[in-house]
Design a protein around this ligand. Structure first.
Ligand SMILES: [Mg+2]
Ligand SMILES: [Zn+2]
Length: 227
């Protein structure tokens, strides 16, 4: 009887700097890459390199093994402490959650599994570590995407939302492409500036704690749960 209600919303959530308190690419590059990575980052911010090209070149200088990187991530990167509660709220309200990351798959897999949240479906760039340098590939790239990132987040929204209302949660450059498609945007940092400049309606937030407490989020979970 409530099937329409329960199919009402779908949530897409960024990973780095949104679910984690620290960007996993920056963390791994600081620890393992040639110092050149910061220069490449500046060229990306200056618009001289796409996100994809920047990431591929930065990780090509990382010669650490997959085990070393996974261990480092578990020891040095934390999740937002209220993320499990967000997952629980959405599950209770039968709202599907997808994680869309423009970072690399080993990072999100390692950290979510360590938190007992490895079952959440996710999309990310693919990385293979080797002593000759890590190789990043972009199975979800789209050359016509405005984000220039490796993982085109708007294409996941287009293929998965199927008539549902879309909530997105993000903080960065790669979140710009899907913010335009959302019915409800929770934004911080770069994405917040972008929404302000582009006139995209949004709700600013700092952590999942205040996102969960916001009337906008509460309205969605209450409505979907049929309360
Ligand atoms: Mg991010
Ligand atoms: Zn896109």
């Amino acid at each position: 009887m409530n099937t329409c209600d329960t199919a009402d919303w779908i949530v897409f959530c960024d990973f780095d700097g949104t679910i984690t308190t620290r960007d996993t690419c920056d963390a791994v590059l600081s620890a393992f890459a040639s110092p050149l990575w910061r220069e490449l980052d500046e060229r990306f911010h200056a618009g001289e390199l796409s996100g994809r090209e920047c990431m591929a070149r930065q990780f090509a200088t990382v010669t650490a093994s997959e085990d070393q990187v996974a261990r480092f991530l578990r020891d040095h990167v934390r999740l937002d402490p209220a993320f499990p509660r967000l997952v629980q709220c959405l599950q209770t309200a039968s709202i599907p959650l997808y994680i869309v990351s423009d970072g690399f798959d080993l990072a999100s897999a390692t950290l979510l599994q360590a938190a007992g949240l490895g079952h959440i479906p996710r999309f990310a760039n693919h990385i293979e570590f080797s002593a000759r340098g890590a190789r990043v590939t972009f199975p979800y790239r789209r050359d016509d995407c405005i984000s220039g990132g490796g993982n085109c987040k708007c294409s996941h929204v287009r293929s998965l939302a199927t008539g549902r209302q879309v909530m997105i949660i993000g903080d960065g450059y790669s979140d710009r492409c899907f913010a335009r498609l959302a019915d409800l945007v929770f934004a911080k940092r770069v994405l917040l500036d972008h929404c302000r400049q582009a006139g995209i309606p949004h709700v600013p937030y700092q952590s999942f704690e205040d996102l969960i407490a916001s009337p906008e989020f509460q309205r969605v979970v209450a409505k979907t749960a049929g309360v």
